[in-house]
Each structure stands twice: as C-alpha cells, then as structure tokens.
Design a binder for this molecule. Structure first.
Ligand code: ATP
Ligand code: MG
Length: 344
C-alpha cells in the first residue's frame, strides 16, 4: 500500500516563502519513492489581508482541516497593524485546531554560534501549554484612561487542559534516553494555578514510574538555562512561562536560524502545524540571506509527528553534519537548502 502525505503549505510573509521552499525541497528529497506528497499552498498573511481584509475565515479553517499537517513560514509584516495577524491568524488557528502542545526542542549542535558554544550537553525539549493561561482573553479594564485604571488579565488553568499537556510531556520524557521531566512554574506566588499544576504533575507522575521528576520556579529556571542547561531533558510549563523560556532556550541553543517548533494536536483530530520560531524578518526578505535550517528542522518535527521517524532522523543528522562543516562561509538560503537536500 502506498503512503500519502497531504500537506498544507503557508509560506506567509517576508522570508517565509524563501525558507519554506527550502523546507519542501528537503522534504521531497528525504521521502521514499512510495510516499506520495501532495501540497496545497495557501496565501494567508499580509498580502491577503490588504487585498480582502481577511486573516483566516471559517471557510479557510474547513479547507485546512482536510490536511495531514501544516507547514508555516512566518506571518507578520510591518504594514499590518500590530496584533491583527497574531490574533486573527496565529491565535485563531491555534484555538480552532486546539494546538495545546507547543513543542520546542533545543539542541546545541557543534559548529553553531551560541553564548554557550562548546556545551554539547544542551539537549532538551520545552513542552509549552498552548491554549490556556493568560492567553484566553479573559480580563478587562475599568476606569480606562484615568489615573485609577484597573486592568486584569486572568490566567485560566483547567484540570483538563493541564492534565493533557502534562501527560503528553511525560510520554515525551519517557521516550527519551534520560527520561527526566521538570515542571517549571511559580507555585509559591501563583498559588491557585500553581497548586493545580503541581497536583496534576504529581498525579500523572505515578503513571510514569520510570521518569525522573523535578520542579523549578520559573525565575530560577532562567538562571539554570544559562548556567546549568544540562540539567534539563523535558520541561513542561504554562503558556506564558513557556513563551518566555523558549526564547531563552533558542538563544542558548544556536539562535533564531536553527530553532524549530510544532503546534501540536496530539489526538490528530485536527492537523498540527510546524514552523520556524523566527518571524518574517522583513529586514532581510528577498535577499537570499535567510537561514532555512529552522524550517528544515521543523519539517523533521512534522515527519516525526506523522510517524516518519527514520526520515526525521535523517534530516536532523544532515543538519548536524552541515552545521559542523559550515565554518565562516556565507551561503544563500538556496545553497543551504541544496546542501541539506543532498545530504538527506
Ligand atoms: P515576529 O514579530 O514576526 O516574531 P521579530 O521581530 O521577532 O518578528 P524576526 O522576524 O524573528 O523578528 O527577526 C529577528 C531578527 O533575526 C531579524 O534581524 C532577522 O533578520 C533575523 N532573522 C530572523 N530569522 C532569520 C533567519 N531564518 N535567518 C537569518 N536571520 C534571521
Ligand atoms: Mg518574534
């Protein structure tokens, strides 16, 4: 029986198109003959917004739903008011497709520039909750614009939402050689949410007796991510803490050019979306300067999610080998993509 991947491709804005085409090139190169790759491109982003005023309609969501996975370049452009595409596209899609697991691996590969270069022990994965916390839009303002303005931003944490992401993170820890998981929170101060997270974490831990558990306050975690990153294997954390520490994690593990991510719906009810952590980088768009490596590594995450483990590993090994030999040479986006396509 022949296999088939039905992929939605959203190049988006800025360097999105450039890096996504290299990601697709490597994907085509790594897939065995018997796997049929079907791609459908979508034009979401700034251009579509200016032409139609639309960011992501319900009809768009219906179409996207039919795919096995989504590959995204980057969405965002200085010509669009701040927040419009973030809320109208990125957050809308995340909530509509219930992407409650945000996955960001951090592995410092030899040859990669980092403030912590030469620390091969950096190899961890952050599992960030994606649909709750302070991101649900609960809150409000009273006495707006007066000296007595009061603003609340409610962090929503449900037993259901916390448990499913914690369980997913434990399963990921169990599948890794070190089998260690660290809960990052601030349960001494954020007592209500902290209690729920800690309780759920300890309960789920009983189902994974072979996984070593640890807890660290988020402020301490920012120190250890720099001074002792080797202590981390899998980190599970809430939406806001995850947002912050994953940027820090990207910085210590090679930066924006190599940071990959997945927005995952583990049940498979909706397609998961994979994208480089970086944005649309309008400052270098169209110049062939963008590093496609983060997108290529996102393709590896995509393949792993669809159970193409061998192909995912081959991409990761190709990237590691390429980075190891990269040296000081400056290559174009396309040259890096070509080199990776040859290696896989
Ligand atoms: P966004 O709001 O869309 O997240 P941002 O302001 O965070 O955007 P990025 O678009 O991620 O910024 O770019 C930040 C800096 O990193 C820019 O100077 C950009 O040129 C650089 N950069 C981003 N991605 C890449 C890449 N793939 N290769 C090389 N440089 C990049
Ligand atoms: Mg950014």
């Amino acid at each position: 029986m022949s296999r088939r991947i039905n992929l939605a491709v959203i190049p988006g804005d800025g360097i999105g198109q450039e890096v996504v085409s290299q990601g697709l090139k490597v994907l085509r190169a790594v897939l065995p003959q018997d796997v049929k790759l079907e791609t459908q491109e979508y034009d979401f982003g700034a251009k579509r917004y200016h032409a139609t005023g639309e960011t992501l309609t319900d009809a768009d969501l219906e179409q996207l739903k039919a795919h096995d996975a989504i590959l995204l370049g980057a969405i965002g452009d200085p010509s669009v008011p701040s927040g419009v595409l973030e809320r109208g596209f990125l957050l809308k899609l995340r909530f509509a497709f219930d992407h409650h697991v945000n996955l960001r691996p951090s592995k410092l590969l030899p040859g990669v520039g980092s403030p912590l270069a030469g620390r091969p022990e950096i190899d961890f994965v952050v599992v960030r909750e994606g649909t709750e916390g302070p991101y649900t839009g609960n809150g409000g303002t009273i006495r707006k614009g007066t000296p007595h303005e009061v603003a609340t931003e409610v962090s929503v944490n449900t037993a259901f939402g916390v448990e499913r992401v914690v369980r997913d993170a434990f399963a990921r820890a169990q599948a890794r050689p070190r089998k260690k998981i660290t809960l990052v929170h601030k349960n001494n101060v954020l007592a209500f949410a902290g209690h729920l997270w800690t309780n759920v974490f300890n309960e789920v831990a009983k189902e994974f007796p072979d996984v070593t558990t640890d807890y660290i306050h988020v402020d301490a975690a920012t120190i250890y991510l720099v001074t002792d990153p080797g202590r981390f294997d899998v980190i599970v954390t809430d939406n806001l803490f995850g947002d912050i520490i994953t940027d820090l994690a990207a910085a210590v593990s090679g930066g924006i050019g190599v940071a990959a991510s997945g927005n995952i719906n583990p049940s498979g009810e909706f397609p998961s979306m994979f994208e480089p952590v970086h944005g649309s980088a309008p400052d270098i768009a169209g110049q062939g300067k963008a590093d496609p490596t983060a997108t290529v590594l996102s393709v590896a995450l995509l393949l792993r999610h669809l159970d193409y483990e061998d192909e995912a590993v081959r991409i990761e090994e190709a990237v590691a080998a390429d980075l190891g030999e990269r040296g000081e040479t400056t290559r174009t986006t396309e040259e890096i993509g070509d080199a990776l396509a040859v290696r896989v």
